[in-house]
Design a protein around this ligand. Structure first.
Ligand code: TRP
Length: 373
């Protein structure tokens, strides 16, 4: 049975329910009847989707292409949870005021790019204390050696002057995020592949030591648009913190700025609009961006611009990006100017997230042998 926390339910029942859900899937009718939409697994329960989004930095079209756009699509496939991971944001030295603003900024952006609060659960990680608790419990089944082999940890450790313990244990917190919700699929970028492998290892180790407790999640990666490159440095992934600013198109850039950034994008000395990431990284990146914002295929784009040179192509890419961004920017403004409404939406999200994660956390404590008040 898919666990739904019901307030006032005795703890033992909750744990039993969880055991049943993970082990047996005997809930076909019950679950099927409650979920009319979305993909269901072979047992008839709705697919559970979870992803985490960092609240730091100004979101850019790379985030849209590989993130926001995918979230809005996946929410159609099942029961989706989108978590703004503010606890992850303090793993490298941060500015408290920026964290506060960034949390509301990203909330507004998630709704502006298509998340539907009636369908998806959008919440802030620190509002649901189960996440911090799960991270501690799971650290007991996480290998120190494996954490030390995480590429992201090694990179950050090399860059930062002060390397916090949190930057090292970051993937354990992420594993808890995912496992608390009995997640089936995790839409993520390629850079999170290793963290997801670790999550699966942690879940398997817990399950085999203490009994079946967690669903083992699968990662899903965007089919296209997962790696938008910096327009000035086509070898560098577009990022909040790296690469030329003039090569990063922000979600909130005004049309003139978008046009300027696209027109000055680095290309090559040729003239043909052809998709060839090795030989023509700049043009290929623009082609990919155009497919993301228009929905056209690479072949369509190549055929349309056959022999027409780069000028018209770039100007059309800029127009297409502007066209997608404009309505998002309008919705964003409306939401961001109403922090009380944003907090209301986040409160609703936190309540749902608490209710859904509570039985899993309770089962973790129980299986590990903790006495409960
Ligand atoms: N580590 C992810 C990133 O940097 C963010 C994240 C935290 C996440 N918890 C998660 C992503 C859970 C997916 C699922 O992008």
């Amino acid at each position: 049975m898919r666990v739904r926390a019901r307030l006032g339910e005795p703890l033992d029942d909750v744990v039993d329910l969880l055991g049943g859900r993970v082990r047996a899937h005997h809930d076909q009718q019950f679950w099927g009847s409650r979920h009319g939409h979305g993909t269901q697994d072979t047992f008839g329960r709705a697919m559970r989707i979870f992803s985490g989004i960092q609240p730091s930095g100004d979101p850019h079209i790379g985030n849209y292409s590989g993130g926001f756009r995918q979230y809005a699509q996946t929410q159609e496939q099942g029961e989706a949870f989108f978590c703004i991971v503010d606890l992850h944001a303090i793993t490298i030295q941060h500015d408290p005021a920026a964290l506060r603003d960034g949390t509301l900024d990203i909330t507004a952006m998630l709704f502006a790019t298509g998340l539907d609060p009636d369908r998806s659960t959008v919440f802030v990680q620190s509002h649901v204390t189960a996440h911090a608790e799960a991270a501690w419990l799971l650290s007991s089944v996480t290998s120190y050696g494996q954490l030390g082999r995480m590429t992201q940890f090694k990179e950050r450790a090399a860059e930062e002057e002060f390397v916090s313990a949190a930057v090292f244990t970051y993937p354990v917190l992420m594993a808890g995020d995912i496992l608390l919700y009995q997640t089936d699929i995790v839409p993520i970028g390629d850079d999170q592949r290793q963290h997801l492998e670790l999550t699966r290892d942690v879940a398997q180790r817990f399950n085999s030591r203490y009994g079946e407790t967690f669903v083992i999640p699968d990662a899903v990666f965007p089919e296209t648009g997962g790696r938008v490159m910096n327009l000035q440095e086509p070898a560098v992934k577009m990022s909040k913190s790296r690469g030329a600013e003039s090569g990063t198109v922000l979600m909130l850039d005004p049309p003139e700025t978008v046009r300027k950034k696209v027109k000055t994008a680095v290309t090559d000395s040729g003239t043909d609009v052809r998709y060839d990431p090795d030989e023509k990284p700049g043009i290929s990146n623009l082609i990919e961006l155009l497919t993301v914002v228009t929905g056209n295929s690479i072949q369509d784009v190549e055929a349309r611009y056959d022999g027409s040179g780069y000028g018209q192509f770039k100007s059309d890419v800029a127009d297409a990006i502007v066209e997608v961004l404009e309505p998002i920017q309008v919705r964003y403004r409306g939401l961001r100017d109403d922090p009380a409404e944003l907090m209301r939406l986040l409160t609703v999200g936190a309540e749902k997230a608490r209710a859904v994660s509570a039985p899993t956390l309770a089962a973790m404590y129980e299986r590990l042998g903790f006495t409960r008040p």
